[in-house]
Design a binder for this molecule. Structure first.
Ligand code: 5AD
Ligand code: SF4
Length: 351
């Protein structure tokens, strides 16, 4: 093991603050002993803070319309090859009821940035889901006004996911035309002020992304003190400008996840669907590198295949019951149990 690597890992294991350069050194871990030691440390921090349980979050992808044109995403507005759909409030509530009946304690409402749904409509979805059972409701619907974030919170939404996507401002501007990084951070601040459990996160393997900027991604998550962080590989979609770009490197995704676990011991970190798409055992391995959450799809099967952010997304051909079975198998395979309860952040005592 390289001595510089060893000394940073030692520092990390003592929970001392890591600089950007320290993080880069960890991200440079070589396959073999260095990576194994990094993953071992992340796994031990996960066990200590979260135990041997995995939290499930059922995702309903209720609209694949998006006003944005992100270069990496299959839902981008310029993609005319995709069939667009919008679920009605009733369809969303039905899908949520099915998920609750399957045992889910968190429902995630996810969509492209689709202003067709005014805030009152989404508030209706939230309150009608809450009438079924006191499950946690997470929103993942992109940028909205401060007032709307407050209204949605008042309607009962508990958590909000808004990934910062990349800490590299130039890359952010290039890949997300018409949007800007400063405003993204402003939205995250509004979410915090509105009292949400806040999630953010980033992709690994975007073209032009450096290890320095990945280190900044992790430092931003730390700075935001996020309750959740989604870290997954970029996967090229054929009907986007990044069609020919290679996917993110599997090992680098795992290393980023592991370092995020080290810096954010209390955060909920999903083994993402994207990592499960990149590698057949991706989610199992991610669960052993710091992850403690899985977000199975509970979207009705008729809509699923149209929510194609990237191709061959894991679980696209399944129905909600089959997805749950598959994920339960993954969890058993790595020797964990399903968590009971809502799985709020340890910092929020809501249940
Ligand atoms: N590969 C991996 N993840 C992607 N996302 C969007 N496009 C891709 C892609 N090609 C992720 C982004 C975004 C969410 C909608 O999906 O992180 O937050
Ligand atoms: Fe829309 Fe999000 Fe896809 Fe960008 S990444 S095009 S905002 S769904």
């Amino acid at each position: 093991m390289d001595s510089k690597f060893q000394s940073v890992l030692e520092k990390a294991s003592l929970q001392q603050d890591l600089s950007k350069d320290d993080i880069v050194i960890l991200l440079e871990a070589k396959p073999g002993e260095e990576q194994q030691e990094l993953f071992k440390l992340a796994d031990s921090i996960r066990i200590k803070n979260h135990g041997d349980v995995v939290h499930l979050r059922g995702i309903i992808e209720f609209s694949n319309y998006c006003r944005n044109d992100c270069y990496y995403c299959g839902l981008r507005r310029s993609n005319t090859k995709i069939r667009r759909y919008r679920m009605t409030v009733q369809q969303v509530v039905n899908a949520a009821r099915q998920a609750v009946n399957l045992g889910y304690n968190t429902i995630v409402l996810q969509s492209g940035e689709d202003p067709w749904y005014d805030v009152d409509t989404i508030c209706q979805m939230i309150s009608r889901i809450k009438e079924i059972k006191d499950v946690a409701v997470t929103l993942s619907i992109g940028e909205r006004s401060k007032k709307e974030y407050l209204m949605l919170r008042q309607a009962g939404a508990d958590r909000f996911l808004l990934k910062h996507e990349t800490a590299d401002e130039k890359l952010f501007m290039k890949l997300r035309p018409g949007t800007n990084f400063t405003h993204r951070l402003r939205c995250l601040k509004w979410l915090r002020e509105a009292g949400y459990q806040v999630g953010s996160g980033n992709m690994v393997g975007l073209p032009g992304q450096s290890l320095q900027s990945l280190a900044e991604d992790i430092l931003i998550l730390k700075e935001l003190d996020v309750e959740m962080a989604g870290i997954g590989p970029f996967i090229p979609h054929p009907h986007t400008p990044l069609a020919g770009v290679p996917a993110g490197d599997f090992n680098l995704v795992l290393k980023t996840l592991a370092v995020a676990r080290i810096l954010l011991p209390l955060a909920h970190l999903p083994a993402t669907t994207a990592v499960g798409t990149l590698h057949p055992r991706g989610r199992q391995v991610a669960l052993q590198c710091g992850a403690n959450v899985i977000m199975p799809n509970v979207t009705p099967r008729e809509f699923r295949r149209f929510y194609e952010i990237y191709p061959n997304k894991a679980g696209t051909l399944e129905d909600p019951k089959q997805s749950l079975q598959k994920i339960t198998d993954i969890i058993k395979e790595v020797g964990r149990d399903l968590a009971k309860g809502r799985g709020d952040s340890p910092k929020f005592k809501t249940s």
